[in-house]
Design a protein around this ligand. Structure first.
Ligand SMILES: [Mg+2]
Length: 390
């Protein structure tokens, strides 16, 4: 038998590249987190001594410059020389030296997520396998919902017209933004349910903008409209509100996770039995390595994973690979934002079928052809991507 031992690769340099796109004047979308002014993304490039390069995406966390600095100044030297295939080792080192002691909390999780995605890209390229296969999955069809920054606080008629467009494109599920006034929220959800009929799934997202009493008031109408989930009614830190809401909301499952970091936050949600749908973001919660752990824990509790998605095709493609490889995967959040060229800068990473589903890419690693020349079209603009509207 021919046993081949390989010399491990070495990480030589890790670089964070911030990109921005300013929305054209008058094209803001209003939602519970504020009004959008620009889209930001951070591409993380990990170089190896073999010349193999992996690309990941870190969420900008409303302060892209801070996350970029953390990666370039602190984490790049911390992981230099390590084996890029040792995703658990890199995760542990960054956790011990930045995330869990004198670190930047969520900011460190964002940075680590981008690095971890790039390492999985390298692993796949080194193995010559698309990520879904490397993760133990298969090329299956993944249901997708129309999400991203869309269907905001608008008049019910315009909202219905927008939602109808996505259904026409193939989507069988749409996500509406709530967290405005409860009465306006109810008007919008009710109008969209009446207009779309019974066969389309309606999801709602309050973007942490509800008080407990708002959620209690909205719940009967959401139930009446057969809403499939109420996402992030409260701040991710307010574990008590989630516990309290779970008692009066058995008919509309409560979803959360895009602002929960690492398996330890999700373990708390499991202990509380307060949230029945998990939405970790691969570019926020600690990458693929950590999202696999979160999915495995949730699987034992009958909880489905519907990952939140970030800005670019790197996160989108990785999320679809991930969903194709876990046993409790739900929807892919398809970004249908009108103004997000960062989504398309590496070509199309998903195509919605007439069955409302998407499929993972087939090239090795995350599966994108990345031409860095395109980055010049999106010069970074530091600062938050949302402005206050309340
Ligand atoms: Mg959300």
């Amino acid at each position: 038998m021919n046993m081949r031992t390989e010399t491990p690769l070495k990480i030589t340099r890790t670089t964070a590249l911030p990109l921005s796109y300013k929305l054209p004047e008058g094209n803001t979308v209003r939602l519970g987190v504020g009004a959008t002014t620009k889209r930001d993304a951070i591409i993380v490039r990990v170089e190896t001594d073999s010349g193999l390069i992996g690309y990941g995406e870190a969420h900008p966390g409303r302060s892209p410059g801070a996350v970029v600095s953390l990666i370039n100044q602190t984490l790049s030297p911390m992981i230099a020389g390590m084996d890029p295939c040792d995703v658990v080792g890199v995760w542990n080192r960054v956790n011990r030296m930045q995330l869990s002691s004198h670190g930047m909390g969520a900011g460190a999780a964002l940075a680590l997520s981008g690095i971890d995605l790039a390492l999985w890209d390298i692993r796949g390229k080194a193995a010559g396998m698309p990520l879904y296969r490397l993760l133990g999955g298969s090329k299956r069809r993944i249901p997708a919902y129309a999400g991203g920054i869309s269907m905001g606080f608008q008049a019910p008629e315009s909202l219905l017209e927008e939602a109808r467009g996505y259904v026409k494109a193939g989507y069988r599920a749409v996500k509406l933004r709530i967290g405005d006034t409860v009465s306006d929220d109810i008007r919008r959800v009710t109008a969209v349910r009446a207009g779309l009929g019974d066969d389309i799934e309606i999801l709602t997202d309050a973007n942490t903008n509800y008080r407990l009493s708002d959620a209690q008031r909205a719940m009967p109408a959401l139930q009446e409209a057969r809403v499939a989930w109420l996402e992030e009614p409260f701040s991710a830190l307010d574990f008590g509100a989630y516990r309290a809401a779970a008692r009066f909301a058995p008919q509309v499952p409560i979803a959360a996770g895009e602002n929960h970091y690492t398996r330890f936050d999700f373990a708390r949600l499991l202990e509380d039995r307060a949230v029945s749908i998990f939405q970790p973001d691969l570019s926020k919660t600690g990458g693929i390595t950590e999202s696999l752990r979160i999915a495995a824990m949730a699987s034992a509790f009958g909880i489905t994973i519907h990952p939140h998605s970030s800005a670019t095709g790197i996160n989108h493609a990785a999320s679809i690979h991930f969903l194709a490889a876990i046993d409790n995967g739900g929807y892919f959040e398809a970004c249908v934002s009108k103004f997000n060229p960062l989504r398309d800068m590496f070509g199309q990473t998903f195509t919605i079928g007439t069955d409302g589903c998407v499929e993972p890419l087939d090239k090795p690693g995350i599966g994108l052809d990345i031409d860095e020349a395109i980055f010049a079209q999106f010069p970074a603009i530091d600062g938050p991507g949302y402005v206050v509207t309340f």
